[in-house]
Design a protein around this ligand. Structure first.
Ligand code: SIN
Length: 518
């Protein structure tokens, strides 16, 4: 049986950066479900936030993050993230990522809910692609093992200690057991659980599901971010129209052409994401239109084409010249704030099982992530994970905790015996519709109960996980259920979690919901 010091699952920024750091600390295997470059990082447009500007500081970045996070940001995590951010950006530059510059200085953009420009970008709106290609190129030549089209079926744990992993090779159709000292879950989020999403096809909640099945704690799953502006055109995929477009002065208009954001927030287009997404939904409901519009026609065409080359080209490919025409946009599922609960060193409650990136939950994003904080959080905690592992740590140590501590409430998944009302279909497409309709931007007890009942009944009837599709479905059903159950429990609205039957936030809910298998 093959044994590795590190098995790293996922090949976005979280997996590749961890692997590049860990390669001199032992043998490394990267497992990735698709090709090495197939991941969400590719699609990150806006960039990476870091307090490197002359008028900025980690403290100011912390304050903006806390205020976007709607009362549930873990202060220790965000302090670490904002203080260590500049060094991690330095790592990316050393790895060859050429951030855009202006007059010889790194150019910093503004995005919603940031009080100063602090977003570094590369290739205009192609930041994720530049990062992914730089890291994957290094990884392909780094001398560690890479298995593409291989997925982690499950991890094996005995007495709270990781023993190994079962890996399915989807091209050969074979199953293999591997041993490792540490396994890092870096599989990204769960955007593909929703019908309309900006996420890559491979992003089906795998890390959370595998970790939960193994007995790991999973936290904050009710907080799923919907990006306000994805392209909404018949026949076109919901391509991300970066928040940076609003940062450059893009204006949201309704069907009648009226700029409406001032009706919802004094910060208008630069309000926090949850506020903008709900304002768009409200306008769509008022006008009956399937989208609103983003207007950049007043910006010089050269600025639009130079700053947003990907968006410009993609829309042109759909027959839409955004320098002359309004862009039809609507919200789309985008980012999972919750995930596998880790401490400040990437450790879960299972010895040897680690996580980083969107799969993990440090609490740094609270109930609503500040734009462009995700790449930063990923790098900061990946570095800490490898540093601690290199120093010999395997047993979890709880991180520092803010004064008064973080309040957590433990839950297990309730038994749901009722078959649930029937829902058409049982595959991934049906799950995506169910999640979009009942666990989406606006939630109710009735809809969430229906979704949870339906997912529980599907869980009991799942086919044996014998190929990639059935593995994906098994993980999507479990992760979807964790999102629905957490959203059902949280009888308030906070950040990205909006309950029309409990539209206000409540101080009684200033706590985190943690799910663990009994
Ligand atoms: C965007 O460019 O709007 C997305 C970046 C992010 O999700 O932080």
């Amino acid at each position: 049986m093959r044994t590795f010091d590190y098995i790293i699952v996922g090949s976005g920024i979280a997996g590749l950066y961890t692997a590049l750091l860990a390669r001199d600390a032992g043998s490394v295997l990267i497992l990735t479900k698709g090709s090495l470059e197939e991941c969400n990082t590719q699609y990150a447009q806006g960039g990476i936030a870091a307090a490197i500007g002359a008028d900025d500081s980690p403290e100011l970045h912390l304050r903006d993050t806390v205020s976007a996070g709607a009362g549930l940001v873990d202060l220790d995590s965000v302090r670490i993230m904002t203080e260590e951010g500049a060094d991690r950006v330095g790592d990316l530059i050393r790895y060859g990522v050429a951030f855009d510059t202006i007059h010889g200085e790194v150019a910093l953009a503004r995005e919603g809910a940031h009080s100063v420009p602090r977003i570094l970008h590369a290739g205009g709106d192609a930041t994720g692609r530049h990062i992914e290609l730089s890291l994957s190129d290094l990884a392909r030549h780094a001398g560690f093992s890479i298995r593409e089209y291989s997925l982690l079926a499950d991890v094996e744990v005995a007495d709270g200690v990781l023993q190994g992993a079962t890996v399915f090779d989807s091209r050969a159709g074979t199953v293999e057991r591997l041993e490792c000292r540490r396994l890092v879950l870096a599989t990204g989020g769960a955007g593909r659980l929703f019908q309309i999403t900006t996420n890559a096809e491979v992003v089906t909640g795998d890390g959370v599901a595998v970790a939960f099945r193994a007995g790991a704690e999973v936290m904050d799953m009710e907080f799923f971010q919907f990006h306000p502006t994805a392209l909404r055109m018949p026949g076109a995929p919901p391509f991300l129209i970066s928040e940076a477009v609003r940062g450059e002065g893009g204006i949201l208009r309704n069907e009648a052409g009226r700029a409406f954001m001032a009706d919802y927030a004094p910060e208008r287009e630069l309000a926090a994401r949850d506020v903008v997404a709900r304002a768009i939904v409200a306008e769509m409901r008022k006008t009956g239109a399937p989208h609103v519009f983003l207007d950049v026609r007043h910006l010089p065409a050269r600025t639009v084409q130079g700053r947003f080359p990907q968006i410009y080209q993609f829309c042109m490919g759909q027959g839409l010249d955004i320098t002359r025409a309004l862009i039809p946009v609507a919200p789309a599922a985008h980012y999972m704030m919750g995930g596998v609960k880790i401490n400040a060193w990437g450790e879960t409650n299972i010895e040897g099982l680690l996580a980083c990136g969107e799969t993990a939950c440090t609490g740094a994003h609270g109930a609503n992530r500040l734009a462009s904080n995700s790449l930063l959080e990923t790098m900061v905690f990946a570095k800490r994970l490898v540093d601690r592992a290199r120093n010999g740590g395997t047993k979890r140590e709880d991180g520092p905790s803010e004064p008064g501590g973080r309040i957590e409430e433990a839950h297990s998944l309730p038994r749901r015996e009722a078959a649930g009302q029937t829902y058409p279909g049982t595959g991934l497409a049906a799950l995506q519709r169910l999640m979009w309709d009942h666990v989406g931007i606006e939630r109710t007890r009735e809809g969430l109960t229906f979704a949870a009942d339906t997912l529980a009944s599907w869980e009991r009837r799942l086919p044996e996980a014998a190929d990639r599709a059935s593995n994906d479905l098994r993980n999507a059903v479990l992760t979807g259920r964790l999102i629905a159950e957490a959203a059902l429990l949280r009888e308030e609205s906070r950040g990205a979690h909006y309950r029309t039957d409990f539209p206000e936030s409540s101080a009684a809910w200033l706590k985190h919901l943690v799910f663990v298998r009994p």
